[in-house]
Write a protein that binds this ligand. Structure first.
Ligand code: B12
Length: 283
């Protein structure tokens, strides 16, 4: 990458300091996306760029990300292939993993490798990671991944406010759901990588594919999600090109506390997962 010619330094005033950031053209963001995708796609993940301001404009100020408006971030999603391409090899190759859920440990490991895989050509690769499950001390999620997914163009976030006339009582809470154009509801958001020293003021905003257009279609989706998400019917409202395998569904349908056993792992005295004596990875 010819960073020298297509990037310049700027000083950014933060809450209590002045930081030097690099300003880049959209072409550099595409190259960065290419590098990240080159790594992530082998393992069943996808990545989509967005600017912090796009996200902050949508959410309530209590959810704002505390970065400059033009800061570059990538929303990371896992596709149905992640289970075979990333999770199973990860579990097969470890002897001890941390105290988080095995999927979360796996995602953290691939995020770390993705960061390390980037060309070490620019000091602005100072990257903050926010995972989908991370909460602030006040218990609010650190990142509303569905909104991040929408503004990055990865998956349209269908919400009650998308419907002109809805059939539900005003006071009823109706959860929204994001649908991927290729995988319908058979995917998950894993978090975001935030390049805190990199800005792209002119990055063009990409719209997510809005496949459901009528009130009736969106009502059907939200009814399926809110009334019976366990049967997974909501995931198929947009016909997917791939779904979670039988094995993957069994894994995710197992209560988190019983999943380690399914993988042949057990907890040691510090609460860390390790290989059980009788481990059988042929499942
Ligand atoms: C807390 C939580 C729950 C809670 C509450 C659900 C909820 N949606 O609030 C409970 C435990 C019930 C739950 C259950 C489930 N969850 Co849940 N959950 C979350 C979690 C951690 C946070 C959601 C949250 O608190 N939102 C706060 C509210 C206020 O956000 P909001 O309603 O989106 O409001 C914002 C937007 O409207 C935005 N906004 C305003 N105007 C506009 C306009 C536009 C255009 C846009 C884009 C945004 C926007 O501003 C608002 C905030 O100010 C997310 C992960 C995450 N970090 O986001 C997963 C998540 C939503 N859950 C998920 C799933 C899959 C489930 C389950 C199906 C269980 C499962 N298999 O894991 C069930 C479904 C339950 C149901 N009936 O819907 C997925 C959904 C994936 C998808 N395709 O959308 C997520 C994203 C996790 C993930 N890693 O992928 N969940």
């Amino acid at each position: 990458m010819k960073w020298e010619r297509r990037a310049y330094n700027i000083s950014v005033k933060m809450a209590d300091s002045v930081e030097t950031c690099r300003c880049v053209e959209p072409g550099i963001v595409s190259e960065l996306q290419g590098s990240l995708s080159g790594f992530f796609s082998q393992y069943g993940f996808e990545c989509y760029p967005f600017k912090v301001s796009w996200y902050n404009k949508k959410v309530d100020s209590s959810y704002h990300l505390a970065y400059h408006d033009d800061t570059l971030a990538f929303c990371i999603v896992s596709t149905p292939q992640m289970f075979d391409k990333a999770f199973k090899p990860f579990i097969a190759n470890i002897t001890k993993i941390g105290i988080r859920d095995p999927i979360d440990e796996c995602v953290a490991s691939y995020f770390k490798q993705a960061k390390e895989s980037l060309p070490a050509c620019d000091p602005s690769h100072e990257i903050d990671t926010i995972y989908d499950y991370e909460l602030h001390p006040n218990k609010k999620p650190k990142l509303l991944v569905q909104t991040a997914g929408h503004v990055s163009g990865s998956a349209y976030y269908y919400q009650r406010c998308d419907i002109q006339e809805d059939p539900w009582p005003k006071e009823k809470r109706i959860f929204g759901i994001s649908m991927h154009p290729k995988y319908g509801g058979w995917f998950a958001f894993r978090g975001a990588l935030i390049f805190k020293k990199l800005q792209c003021p002119t990055l063009p905003e990409s719209e997510p594919a809005r496949i459901l257009t009528t009130d009736a279609e969106i009502i059907d989706l939200l009814e399926k999600l809110n009334n019976n998400w366990q049967d997974n019917a909501y995931r198929d409202v947009i016909p997917p090109i791939d779904r979670y395998s039988e094995e993957q569904q069994v894994y995710f349908n197992t209560a988190p506390k019983d999943r380690a056993k399914l993988l042949g792992l057990e907890k040691d005295s510090e609460g860390k997962l390790q290989l059980a004596e009788s481990r059988d990875m042929g499942q």
